[in-house]
Design a protein around this ligand. Structure first.
Ligand code: HEM
Length: 501
């Protein structure tokens, strides 16, 4: 089976030349221009299939994909596959057509300004194990599946989903299968994955287990992402033929996963003279999803003493330019007298080391209305900011991001070049460095965090009406406390800033 899926009609590559002024950038610009692309005034509707079928003309075209209905009239001329291909999905549930050609396309982001509402009535889309594969699946799913002792296959009858989930879908290409879990509410407490039993993937989500029988082994770890706060995607890379089924397994009173899992140091890379990236792998096939801004406790037995430290894992981003498959990446500053930091960065940390389940209180929802995000970091306090930066600079977001980065000397600045490069290529990002012990040649700001430095970059709300700003602070305790006090002096309330401690 070829991996290139081509057009819905089987044409292998079918991209069309777009008209002038119809590039992706032009589409994003149009979406941001304030024009109503929904045609409904932006009011979210419940759309029946009968209503959907009325919108199948080029000057009035709606499409349903994975349960959402979009007005694609204005997108037609921007569609890289051409108007005719996209019109095949107009007026109908185009999920299968869409998945047949390009299941990886982020339609939710591309069409976010065109959302008309939800498709209601009919349950073919809502089947929890609906197969969105590039092959025609008119034949019934493969019959007998072996069962593990604590699990029952529910491929024929729709299984009852555990309470955190409202729906489960999956789609595939030859090289990967993606599971999509839809949450009932946007609160993520814990997502733990394991593949301890051969060809079974188990997910523990907000206190409940759900499992799937896999058609073949997958490459570990899978990639877990949250495209929005009601959706979890688990992308599993694999070899071999397409899967005809992905039956849900239901657990009978499986105990929750332990709070700590054993990990080993896989590699240590230098970032600068005393900061290192430490790559860790779980010993077993387990994975904890760490929500943005949350941390894990790492516990080691060092020379007979149990030592615990907390770190916020970073992710592979354009800044790390890293292709590692590590389960966890930590940025660790090695202090000469730091028992844990010098041990874990030594490259000789082979003793028992374990990682806790993630803990934290930062919620992305606090940024819902934010248009200007200001990150105030000192030293390795940059770690929670990296994912925030990555998240807020996604093309679908409009947020501007300013990083105010405090260090002692120029040689202490982590990823200085990468931040400069990011600033020159992304107009929404700016960085300003402040050094407390700069050389004479340093042309930037000097000193430690002061009210004046913050007032230079942040509006003072004690004297003006609050604007959609949000400030995140992370650094040594004294730095964070001082910054928080200045922010409060400037009229910032707990709804307008967050301190990572
Ligand atoms: C449901 C009916 C649809 C059909 C039959 C269809 C068909 C196609 C075809 C034939 C291509 C060219 C494939 C190639 O790269 O060779 C294409 C590309 C593309 N389509 Fe669609 N499409 C559909 C819906 C959509 C929707 C709803 C969106 C998103 C909003 C979309 C976004 C794209 C994008 C971004 C590409 C370029 C993909 C790439 O370069 O990898 N399509 N489409």
């Amino acid at each position: 089976m070829s991996e290139s899926l081509g057009s819905a009609t089987g044409n292998p590559r079918n991209k069309v030349a777009l008209k002038v002024g119809h590039s992706l950038m032009d589409w994003i610009r149009l979406g941001n221009s304030g024009v109503d692309l929904t045609g409904t005034g932006g009011k979210l509707l419940k759309v029946t299939r009968e209503e959907l079928a009325k919108h199948r003309k080029e000057d009035d075209a709606w499409i349903a994909i994975r349960g959402n209905v979009y007005n694609i009239t204005r997108y037609l001329d921007f569609h890289p596959g051409g108007v005719a291909e996209l019109m095949k999905g107009a007026g109908i549930d185009g999920t299968e057509l869409f998945n047949n050609v390009h299941p990886w396309v982020n339609f939710e982001s591309l069409l976010s300004k065109c959302l008309v509402g939800r498709l209601v009535g009919g349950n073919d889309f809502l089947t929890p194990t609906a197969v969105f594969s590039p092959v025609e699946t008119t034949q019934s799913p493969t019959n007998e599946q072996p069962k593990s002792p604590d699990a029952q296959s529910t491929s024929s009858a729709a299984p009852a989903l555990p309470p955190p989930l409202s729906k489960v879908d999956w789609y595939q290409q030859t090289s990967f299968v993606t599971l999509v879990l839809y949450l009932q509410s946007p609160n993520i407490e814990r997502i733990h994955l394991n593949c301890k039993c051969d060809k079974e993937l188990w997910v523990f989500i907000n206190g409940h287990w759900i499992g799937w029988r896999l058609s073949c082994d997958i490459k570990w770890p899978p990639l877990v992402t949250l495209p929005n706060n009601l959706k979890v995607e688990i992308k599993m890379s694999k070899d071999g033929p397409l899967w005809s089924d992905l039956p849900v397994l239901k657990s009978n009173a499986k105990p929750p996963p332990p709070k700590f899992a054993q990990v080993v140091v896989k590699a240590v890379q230098s970032v600068n003279y005393n900061v290192h990236l430490v790559e860790l792998n779980y010993v077993e096939k387990v994975l904890e999803y760490v929500p943005l801004g949350w941390h894990q406790t790492f516990k080691a037995n060092i020379k007979g003493n149990i030592v615990e430290r907390q770190y916020t894992p970073i992710m592979r981003t354009s800044l790390t330019s890293d292709t590692t498959s590590a389960d966890i990446i930590l940025m660790v500053k090695a202090y000469p007298d730091g028992v844990f930091s010098s041990w874990i960065t030594s490259g000789k940390a082979n003793d028992a080391l374990s990682a806790s389940l993630p803990v934290g209180s930062f919620a992305l929802s606090s940024l819902a209305e934010t248009q200007h995000l200001v990150l105030v970091a000192a030293g390795t306090g940059i770690t929670p900011m990296l994912r925030l930066l990555h998240w807020s600079l996604q093309p679908s977001k409009k947020v501007t991001v300013k990083l105010l980065f405090f260090n002692k000397m120029e040689k202490d600045i982590i990823w200085k070049q990468q931040f400069s490069l990011l600033m020159s290529t992304n107009s929404r990002f700016t960085v300003e460095h402040v050094l407390s012990d700069a050389d004479v040649g340093w042309k930037g700001k000097r000193g430690w965090v002061t009210l004046q430095i913050l007032q230079d970059i942040l509006p003072d709300f004690s004297t003006s009406v609050p604007l959609p700003y949000f400030v995140c602070v992370c650094g040594p305790i004294s730095f964070t406390q001082l910054t928080e006090r200045y922010l409060q002096d400037m009229g910032y309330t707990a709804l307008q800033y967050f301190c990572f401690r």
